[in-house]
Design a protein around this ligand. Sequence first.
Ligand SMILES: [Zn+2]
Length: 60
Amino acid sequence: METKYISCIECKGNIEVPDDAMVGELLECPDCGKIYEIKEVKNGKIDYKEAEAISEDWGE
Ligand SMILES: [Zn+2]
């Protein structure tokens, strides 16, 4: 199996995508920590977008 990568928009680094990656899965850039969300997996191609920063501070 060949390893798939997506490239980080922020730092241009390669982010490894697991073989069993599914839509909605979050991937973190090992270099800058930016989070990407998989939008679509089709014919071995990965479509992805920047994920919103996950914040546990919802504030009241
Ligand atoms: Zn990065």
